[in-house]
Design a protein around this ligand. Structure first.
Ligand code: ZN
Length: 393
């Protein structure tokens, strides 16, 4: 698997139990294609690890308080927790429809504030923070290797921080890359008590506190979309390792970004492609197959016709799954396994399944185990070929 920190494909060095923390959604809008792409990637990895005999412990959080959900709730005139509950339920429905392996825990940030306060307290004792008018900042100059995971130079980090929720021009900062651990809430925002005054946690500390509380100080695999590499994951690493003195993550894994017909897919452009909408025109397995056509690390574009391609692929696989004979399936099975074990090469695994399916449908070969082997390969990839096509409504 490719490791973001080492910038190379390296052996995935894990024991029997594999602890994975994937940054989850901020529940202020519905599940879109980018989410589906990320969570189905981890789902494929988990299925492969389980098939190899590993026990996988997946934790995927819900960021139900941060700088994006509060303005959205204000704009809609609803309580942020109501908005979060409604969108979380829709997200869970989408994940069930896509048949993803359920996480062992789905912690909500608002339920782990005590752990966040405790963690910030440890950082304060260790001399890693400074406080200005009730806002607690992490002092990156106290963490020597800050920036080494993401590998960006300082100017790039400052620019990315500005684009992704940070405020490097804040005059209170000692260093433009210092980030907020705790801050006073605005009058209409939720607030918790803390040693630094009432307020709310910063975004990054949420994931450090939830992941380490549930999975221990060292995670085997941690990731999310590649837009989280900096500042979110770099900040998580700094504050976690500064607090524990232990390695926070053994293997960093990030998924590419999905654009839509030539443009970045974003809420502000109003061009998000929602999983629930796709479910009305196609079987969720067709979406999974369409996404498998792209390697998880690449940035790529979604086109509306892609879902038709996914549906046609699903039709072919279903037709072949009911076939009576085909070629010897073992070479195909071996190729699917080695594709998945080569940095989770889903496109190669998908091509191999299609090749076998085409051969079965064409009546090539006399091996009566071909269709069963195809069903097994598809199941490994999260695609159940034992039931017909269905639409969500
Ligand atoms: Zn996170």
């Amino acid at each position: 698997m490719y490791d973001t920190a080492r910038r190379a494909v390296v052996p995935l060095d894990v024991g029997h139990e594999v602890r994975i923390y994937v940054c989850g959604i901020t529940p202020y809008d519905s599940t879109h294609l980018g989410h589906a792409n990320t969570y189905l990637t981890y789902d494929l990895l988990i299925r492969r690890l389980e098939s190899l005999g590993h026990e996988v412990r997946l934790v995927r959080n819900i960021t139900d308080v941060d700088d994006s959900i509060l303005p959205k709730a204000r704009e809609l005139g609803v309580d942020f927790l109501e908005l979060a509950a409604a969108e979380t339920a829709r997200f869970e429905g989408d994940m069930v429809a896509l048949e993803t392996r359920p996480p062992e825990a789905q912690p909500r940030a608002t339920e782990w504030v005590a752990e966040m306060v405790e963690l910030i307290g440890r950082l304060e004792v260790g001399g890693h923070v400074y406080v200005v008018d009730g806002t607690v900042f992490f002092d990156v100059s106290t963490f020597e290797t800050f920036g080494e995971m993401s590998g960006y130079d300082e100017a790039t980090m400052i620019e990315m921080s500005r684009e992704r929720g940070g405020n490097p021009d804040d005059p209170r900062l000692r260093n433009p890359l210092d980030f907020i651990l705790w801050q006073p809430s605005l009058p209409d925002e939720p607030s918790w008590d803390s040693p630094w005054g009432p307020g709310r946690p910063g975004w990054h500390i949420e994931c450090s506190a939830m992941s380490m509380s549930l999975l221990g100080n060292t995670l085997d695999i941690h990731g999310g979309g590649s837009d989280l590499v900096f500042p979110h994951h770099e900040a998580e690493r700094a504050q976690s390792e500064a607090a524990t003195g232990e390695t926070f993550v053994r293997h960093w894994m990030h998924c590419g970004m999905v654009a839509y017909e030539g443009r970045k897919m974003s809420k502000s452009l109003g061009n998000l492609v929602f999983v629930s909408e796709l479910g009305k025109i196609a079987d969720p397995r067709a979406l999974r197959l369409a996404l498998m056509a792209h390697h998880y690390r690449s940035d790529w574009e979604w086109f509306d016709a892609d879902i038709d391609d996914g549906s046609a692929t699903l039709d072919l696989l279903l037709a072949a799954a009911g076939g009576s004979s085909g070629p010897d399936p073992q070479p195909f099975v071996d190729r699917v396994h080695s594709a998945l074990d080569d940095d989770l090469d889903a496109p190669a695994a998908r091509r191999t399944m299609l090749e076998l399916a085409e051969a079965i449908v064409a009546g090539d070969g006399t091996d009566q185990g071909a269709a069963a082997a195809l069903r097994e390969m598809a199941a490994l990839c999260g695609i159940d070929l034992t039931r017909p096509v269905s639409l969500s409504s």
